[in-house]
Design a protein around this ligand. Structure first.
Ligand SMILES: C[S@@+](CC[C@H](N)C(=O)[O-])C[C@H]1O[C@@H](n2cnc3c(N)ncnc32)[C@H](O)[C@@H]1O
Length: 369
């Protein structure tokens, strides 16, 4: 039996197993967008019942059959999924790639595009490989698979433009000498048209640093444990804006704290959020509390500076020797004084180009929403 935990102007929180709900309640070809972050296959089990890695694809398949059935032909399925590490060794599981292969090869979804959600505030984990043995780098992206039933889901990238960079603004104002680029591309004067913003890349820089939101305050005041794996509102917002119109229907079958529902309510999309853990449902209700007067204001800077790792590279003679065992045995290395000073300088924004070669390459990434 369907348990509607909350009804709003645009949507519902359903306290039920979403597989059961879809089978019993959702009509064929009735949903415009399924946006979700399923429980990931993790090494350490979290308290909301993550599925073990080797059973993951099989477990997901039953959900995928329903997703295909209920999506409109113009609809999209967007899955946010994090990778995981093989227990006890510094190599990665392939489970999320196997999931993607199953969805496309077996379920006949099309991979419209893969995105990467970069969380600039992600901690360097697993600490043993990244911080202690220094044999892997920080894993700071989740894969976002955008899938569709046909190669032509409805979409417009005009909905998710980023601000133009300073150099593009300069070009729009002062013009450009049309010529061939080193790549052979002909930069003609059509690049001088102001389209209201730049087309974003498929790398989405959204920090996950919520600390004083209405949701968290509501949970604190009502003695509810906040959901431990929330995504930032900008993530569903990007796809909801790009892939749906006002009045369209969005489903999040693994809704957690119902961020998807909150964003839909604000964007005037109909929504259904299913969640099976009662405490998460109780917290999610707070997002739609009648006492709530305003929406949260995003606190992130809206753009990020990414240093090229090249910034700190010096003479090859100064490199410490690589360990032949690939870091199998723990060993202690000290960071040499020159490197330490270069790190300090780079962090403070004044890189000494005499001591650091090749020169700094920077990329400024603007947040799309
Ligand atoms: C990664 S969390 C989603 C978090 C959410 N995106 C947010 O920002 O709050 C996955 C959620 O799926 C829920 N879940 C797992 N299996 C489910 C099922 N069969 N039906 C409904 N919810 C389920 C879990 O309880 C968990 O809260």
């Amino acid at each position: 039996m369907t348990n509607i935990a909350l009804q709003t102007i645009y949507g519902q929180i359903i306290y039920q197993d979403s597989l059961e709900y879809m089978r019993e309640q959702v009509k064929d070809e009735s949903i415009d967008l399924i946006f979700t972050s399923p429980p990931f296959a993790l090494l350490r089990k979290k308290d909301y019942g993550n599925v073990e890695e080797d059973r993951y694809v099989e477990w997901f398949e039953t959900f995928a059959e329903q997703f295909f059935r209920i999506l409109k032909p113009t609809g999209s399925l967007v899955i946010d999924i994090g990778g995981s590490w093989i227990p006890g060794q510094p190599t990665r599981s392939l489970y999320h790639f196997e999931l993607l292969i199953m969805l496309c090869r077996k379920m006949q979804f099309h991979l419209a595009q893969e995105f990467y959600w970069w969380n600039p505030s992600k901690l360097p984990t697993p600490a043993e490989w990244v911080n202690v043995r220094r044999i892997r780098v920080k894993d700071a992206v989740n894969c976002i698979f955008w899938l569709s039933k046909t190669p032509w889901p409805k979409v417009s990238n005009r909905r998710v433009l980023t601000p133009y960079s300073d150099s593009m603004l300069d070009l729009l104002e002062n013009g450009y000498d049309a010529k061939l680029r080193p790549s052979g591309h002909d930069i003609s004067d059509k690049f001088q048209r102001d389209n209201g913003g730049a087309i974003p890349p498929n790398l989405l820089p959204f920090p996950n640093t919520e600390s004083n939101s209405y949701y968290l305050r509501y949970c604190r005041e009502h003695d509810i444990k906040p959901h431990p794996a929330r995504f930032p509102a900008r993530l569903p917002e990007f796809f909801i804006r790009m892939l749906t119109d006002i009045g369209d229907t969005v489903l999040d079958p693994f809704a957690g704290s119902c961020v998807t529902g909150e964003v839909c309510e604000r964007l005037k999309r109909r929504w259904i959020c299913c969640e099976i853990v009662p405490e998460y449902v109780e917290g999610a209700k707070g997002r739609f509390s009648l006492d709530r007067k305003e929406n949260d204001v995003p606190t992130d800077p809206g753009h990020y500076k990414i240093y090229s790792p090249v910034t700190l590279w010096g003479d090859v003679e100064n490199d410490e020797l690589l360990s032949e065992d690939g870091g199998k045995q723990r060993s202690v290395h000290t960071c040499d004084a020159k490197l330490r000073s270069n790190v300090h300088n780079a962090q403070n924004g004044h890189t000494d180009l005499d001591t650091v070669e090749p020169p700094t390459t920077q990329l400024i990434l603007l947040s799309p929403s």
